[in-house]
Design a binder for this molecule. Structure first.
Ligand SMILES: [Zn+2]
Length: 253
């Protein structure tokens, strides 16, 4: 499932293909994925932004929002390329006399493409983006102090940590050596700093080489740090892998 690193890579690609280009043609085949009409012909792309897992294409008039859902992906093709397997929408653009066809493919159809005049509600509700704004640990500590439930669930809350999904949460907690089941209100400022550093390190690694998963999905295998067998549990309804030895319930015990 695409998480912040993959969505950031998608943003960079879309920016490369679309910035400064004018839309000449659009098509949409799936009303579950593409909401509203893509009546965009003649508009020019100013920039492509991102917050959390949402992409935001800024046009000279209006906006297009995209969320990759579980299996969404964009690619650039020659305009004459026939409709791809699982293609849900296309936006063709011209820039400097050259046409590019941007295709959105999504086998499982949990993604969204929304043309809008102004920022849509899911975008407005997102918290600070980890890459763009970083984490204000003191603010996060105040938010978490009022919250019930485990830290893993808080990490998945897009109003607090925009862009963190299940795998990123899993890896950051592993790296920061924090037990995913710990109550989020029990985390110290030092824990939150360690968590912020871990999130940045994992995202940085993912953007550099795309391979960033050390713990998730490896339950039963030895911990890469201490050789203890990694354990599997469910937190906040989501699959969680952790090391029962080096991800401690609390620090300094
Ligand atoms: Zn370990």
């Amino acid at each position: 499932m695409p998480e912040l690193p993959e969505v950031e890579l998608a943003r960079r690609a879309l920016r490369r293909w679309m910035r400064g280009a004018t839309i000449v043609r659009t098509a949409a085949w799936d009303r579950a994925v593409v909401r509203g009409a893509l009546a965009l012909v003649g508009r020019t792309v100013r920039d492509v932004g991102r917050r959390g897992k949402w992409l935001r294409v800024e046009l000279d008039r209006g906006l297009v929002f995209a969320h990759l859902g579980m299996t969404g992906d964009f690619s650039a093709r020659a305009p004459e390329t026939p409709r791809l397997r699982w293609e849900r929408a296309r936006i063709d653009l011209t820039r400097g006399g050259k046409e590019t066809s941007v295709r959105y493919v999504d086998p499982r159809r949990f993604g969204r493409i929304v043309a809008a005049r102004e920022d849509i509600a899911p975008w407005r509700k997102l918290g600070p983006d980890l890459l763009l704004e970083g984490i204000d640990e003191a603010h996060v500590a105040r938010v978490l102090a009022k919250r019930r439930g485990p830290i893993k669930a808080a990490l998945l809350d897009q109003r607090i940590f925009a862009g963190v999904g299940n795998i990123l949460a899993n890896e950051a907690l592993f790296r920061a050596r924090i037990d995913p089941r710990r109550p989020s209100r029990a985390l110290s400022l030092a824990d939150l700093r360690a968590l912020a550093r871990a999130l940045h390190a994992v995202i940085g690694k993912a953007l550099r080489n795309g391979s960033w998963i050390r713990a998730y999905g490896h339950a039963g295998e030895p911990c890469p740090r201490c050789d203890t067998r990694l354990a599997h549990t469910i937190v906040a309804g989501r699959t969680t892998t952790f090391c029962p030895r080096c991800q401690r319930r609390s620090r300094g015990e």
